[in-house]
Write a new protein. Sequence first.
Lengths: 217, 151
Amino acid sequence: MLNFPVTQVGSWPRSTTLLSALREKRSGRMSDKDFNALADNEIRRCVERQHQAGVDYIVDGELRRDNFYSFITEKVEGTRLMSLAEMLETVEDKAAFEEMLQTLDAPAFSIRNPTCIGKLQRRKSLAVDDLKFLRTLTDKPIKVTLPGPYLLTRAMWVTAYSTDAYGDKPVMADAIVDILREELTELAAENVEFVQFDEPVLTEVVHSGDDKRRTFM
Amino acid sequence: MNRVVAGFEDILRIGLHVCRGNWSKREDVLITGDYQPLVDVFSKMNLQQFVLEYATPRAGELAVVGRALGDREIGLGVCNPRTDEAESVEFIANRLREALQYWSPDKIFLNPDCGFGCFANRCVNEEQVAFEKLKAMVAAAKLVRAEVETA
């Protein structure tokens, strides 16, 4: 293998066209089909730029995703994309919530959370379709990014919405582990060259004295 | 994490990316050893690569991770995705040379510190700037690759 392969962490700057398309899709004013056609073109340009630059492991720029973890609401049953305003009404520990936002360096107005509202089940693959599309655009190795288990557990559990389905956070975490393992099975079958899990809140999990989180880890 | 990857360790290259997030506010704490718990957790994880931020120079930091995790791959963050100007090839090459004290050449990947556009409503960086940064990383990789091969 070549020494020092160059790659990216995942996301590519979104054009104003794509940003407005994401908004239109979210509000239901743009069909999935139209959105995907537009996103296909944006991903094509992103891949071309990586080829021009001479990058070794190609990413799709996460251009189809709402953000790097909330996108799973489209793929997983039992979830709902919630605005911060919706969440703040019910969130049990507002200070901890604020802290999480700070940890993620997320502007409060733009973040949307994938809240668990029922039994979690993978409706479709999280990233395999993106990988297949990317294969049509490049012969180079591909890196696929997925939200990590700690981030998902932490973000998806909102007591007011999640308790009915799972009772307690670690039980929901088990379901998340299963979903990520299903995804890895499919990604392995597609011979993906690199899978990266994103864990921006891991520092806090590590420093936390919360036994439930520790057990999950 | 280990439960997620169990059984896949030998068939997939799996990495973990941890953002700086709250670390950045606590630089002095990190350097004086508070960073160690994270390294300990990393070393227990059955993962091939850790994709970490190193574009912001902080003395000693590379050594802490390098000494503990030299047997794994490092996704060395060498570009700040939030600045408007590309890092110089020499800056990136120097980070890479520093990393070579702890990792063998086949274990080092180059990448930015984080994504170029994390959240949907704001572009963290313009496309052209991101492109220039990618080019700088490719040039630095080429430069140090040649040094390693002739050494």
